[in-house]
Write a protein that binds this ligand. Structure first.
Ligand code: ADP
Length: 451
């Protein structure tokens, strides 16, 4: 708004300066003729001139003002108001004018413009008198007031227009955010489906809506995977219970059950209980891995010893099927790791190497190190993993051959746990496998842990 009021000040000031200056030039040029006549007629030396008198009266009428002629003795020889004739006038302007300076004085308060014009001798060019012209400038003030009124109306109209435009623009600018807010409210209320937004209004909102949509898609994926996980968990936990129920029911339905059958069924029920137990243990491990890093217990650990311990524990299981379990460790490795989690991760790999192997096969574990990472390779001579399954084996509950895996006690959670543990250490895991020939898992983990 300030510029609008500044505009009023500038317009009015300009108008007054312009009009006063125009008026001044006009008076100066018109009076110049009079001054010429005065000097020609010897008026200042006392000569009468009706011509000069007439012209002075005309000009006084024209300007609605007063004309005074002063001679070189500072005496007023003619005053169109006829009140100060024969009086002596010594003012700053008159003195300056006798020294050759034209003076002009505009008084805005009392609304008049006063000019002094020197009267020069035609030949000597010496100043022999002064013409003083006082002109009313009421018309300038009236003009100024009229313009002021127009400017005021203009200001009002402009202010209203600017306010309206600001309001309109603000509404347009904030409209896109309304869409996002509405969508956010709905997402908060639990509706993720179909909430993607498109706000191509400006680049910023376009980028914002794209970022928002990306976030929404990630949330959808997470929600889908959470739902899938819950339904998988329920299914996996129910299976052993269903088996137990069937076994128990069939025992209850028969009278005089032979002890052998009774024992056999009870043995089966015990197996199912073990299985249920294993699934729950694995699930708890997985949940622990997924927790934030505050749960991590990082310590400097001797990795050679850690792997040796894993192999020592698994050797009896391998021995049952005459599977050879060998550790090749090239250098001593000390690294900052969570011992429990890394043990679980590597145990799963070696256990799988044994589980999915042929009798009299082998599992080779090797440990290597460079300046930044240590590398564990678990190689087996087992059944291998079909090409199309390789990208899925790290998913929770994924098993290549459900019945085979179940038979040998797999839950489908082992590799998911391993992958989570490796990622928690900011490491990487890869699989190479050929069906019928064997499988190799490589794990790379940084020697220094970064939170
Ligand atoms: P599980 O508890 O069934 O072993 P994992 O998550 O450990 O689950 O492994 C997922 C699936 O990947 C297994 O069911 C198996 O089919 C396959 N798999 C894992 N490791 C090996 C391996 N060394 N050789 C062949 N197949 C493997």
């Amino acid at each position: 708004m300030t510029p609008i009021f500044l505009m009023e000040y500038v317009i009015l000031k300009n108008y007054v300066t312009q009009t006063v200056s125009q008026k001044r030039s006009m008076i100066q040029s018109q009076c110049q003729q009079l001054v010429d006549q005065i000097s020609q007629s010897g008026y200042v030396h006392g000569n009468e001139s009706t011509q000069v008198d007439k012209q002075m009266r005309q000009l006084a009428n024209l300007y609605n003002g007063r004309l005074i002629v002063v001679n070189s003795n500072f005496r007023i020889i003619r005053d169109t108001f006829e009140i100060d004739e024969d009086k002596v006038i010594i003012s700053e302007e008159v003195l300056e004018s006798f020294l050759g300076t034209d003076s002009s004085n505009y008084n805005a308060d009392s609304q008049f413009l006063e000019l002094t014009i020197p009267i020069r001798d035609q030949e000597t060019k010496e100043i022999e008198g002064i013409l003083i012209v006082s002109v009313s400038t009421e018309d300038v003030s009236e003009g100024r007031a009229a313009i002021s009124r127009i400017v005021w109306i203009l200001q009002l109209v402009l202010s209203v227009l600017i306010c309206a435009a600001a309001f309109y623009v603000a509404r347009i600018l904030t409209r896109p955010f309304g869409k996002i807010t509405r969508s956010l409210e709905e997402v908060r209320g639990g509706v993720i489906e179909g909430q993607e937004i498109s706000i191509p209004d400006y680049t910023e909102t376009q980028l914002l809506s794209e970022a928002y949509n990306r976030m929404l898609r990630r949330m959808k994926l997470q929600e889908d995977s959470r739902q899938e996980f819950v339904s998988n968990v329920s299914h996996e936990l129910k299976t052993p219970i269903t088996s137990m129920k069937v076994l128990a029911d069939s025992l209850l339905a028969q009278d005089n059950v032979p002890v052998e059958l009774y024992k056999e069924f009870m043995g089966d029920i015990a197996e199912e209980i073990d299985r249920e137990n294993k699934i729950i243990t694995d699930l708890l491990s997985l949940v622990k891995m997924d927790r934030r890093s505050s749960d991590v217990n990082i310590q400097e650990t001797n990795i050679n010893q850690l792997i040796e311990l894993i192999l020592k524990r698994l050797r009896p299981i391998a021995a049952k099927r005459s599977i050879e379990l060998v550790l090749e460790s090239f250098k001593p490795v000390i690294a900052e790791v969570d011992e429990t989690k890394l043990t679980l991760a590597l145990s799963n790999l070696v256990e799988n190497g044994i589980k999915y192997n042929k009798d009299e096969g082998w599992v080779h574990v090797s440990l290597n190190v460079d300046s930044k990472y240590f590398y564990v390779k678990v190689e087996d001579s087992g059944i291998g993993i079909p090409e199309e399954s390789q990208e899925h084996i790290f998913e929770r509950f994924y098993r290549v051959d459900k019945s085979h895996s179940r038979e040998i006690g797999g839950t489908g959670l082992g590799l998911a746990i391993t992958r989570s543990a490796v990622l928690m250490h900011h490491g990487a895991i890869k699989v190479y496998s050929r069906e019928g020939e064997g499988t190799t898992f490589t794990v790379r983990i940084p020697l220094k842990y970064t939170a």
